[in-house]
Write a protein that binds this ligand. Sequence first.
Ligand SMILES: [Zn+2]
Length: 426
Amino acid sequence: MRIVWPLAVAFFFSFTRTLAQQATTAPPSSLLLRPAAVFDGETMHAGWVVLVEGSTIKAAGPADQISTPAGARTVELPGQTLLPGLIEGHSHLLLHPYNETTWNDQVLLESQALRVARATAHARATLLAGYTTARDLGTEGADYADVGLKQAIDQGLIPGPRLLVATRALVATGSYGPKLSVDVDVPQGAQEADGVDGIVRAVREQIGRGADVIKVYADYRWGKGEPSRPTFSQDELTLIVQTAKGAGRPVVAHASTPEGMRRATLAGVETIEHGDGGTLEVFRLMKQRGVALCPTVAAGDAISQYQGWKKGQGPEPERMQQKRLSVQAARKAGVALAVGGDVGVFRHGDNSREAELLVQEYGFSPLEVVQAQTSGNARIFHLLDRGRIQPGLLADLVAVEGDPTQQITALRQVKLVVKGGVVYRE
Ligand SMILES: [Zn+2]
């Protein structure tokens, strides 16, 4: 196609301008944030201010003890609490709510291009909801698309949280889905691997292609309508953890049966996702081995409603009652709480639903949950450069109206989002 030259030039400049607008603008040299109070990841401090310089926190403390450098931009945040950027512990940016499209249809019928395009919108919604980091636990049939998504965010092409990605996740052959007729091989929502050679190769493949964490399904329903049962053997799980740990990657396990949880714990995984059928005995073992539980209460709540439960009217499904018992047992055993909702099952941007349910229906205090979702998740996920407001840490910050350590719903009242010193929402 012939393009008239001046038009081509104009097109080029408008294109670069658009990119510049989308890309993160250069961080201001300094930013002084003046909220009503600062939650530093552990406790509240009324009257504190936070000074950001470049991409990190320069100072935090009482307003009269922090001098404002010349040229600093001051942001007044009256009535607001400034806290560390929230950390989503369990997301699937490449999934969208199952009441829009079933999981099977997302895996089988949606192109990877469509799924990635959606995921860019999901990443933006996550960041603007105050989540500056997310541990994304599996692409569910979208191969290594999470690695590219993470690169696009890191390069400033699209707004989104800092990501820890699990890529394809590992399942024992025959245990996962989708399952159609026995006569047809259909693409699976995770990578099948078995035995010594198969497992070592699969873990190395995923790490080589960009996995930050390895996710394994320690149990699953082998057939439609069946309860979950263990999948990998103890030896296989142990080998997965050894192979991943040798490469500096932690392993997380999907597990909801006591036996699946027990094997995963003994293998040395760092977190167990869901844990619905967990017993006091297995939670005591987790506590002893330093394994955290990410109960994903919001996912079960959403799925039960998709299946017809009229929340607040109909009787609570058995699945929900069981979940409450397992979370109680985990608390009794003193297991550390990782906060993550399995968001993707429900709407991205609605991440704080998990924190709300933990307070409103599972008996945690707002303070416990806000601590867990900031400094707690950072500790469990080995993210020592964030999760607290302290000099030298990343300037990942969120301001909300009110005090979320008193009223958890305040987490929804997001007024300011800063990631790496760049203001994404104001
Ligand atoms: Zn999940």
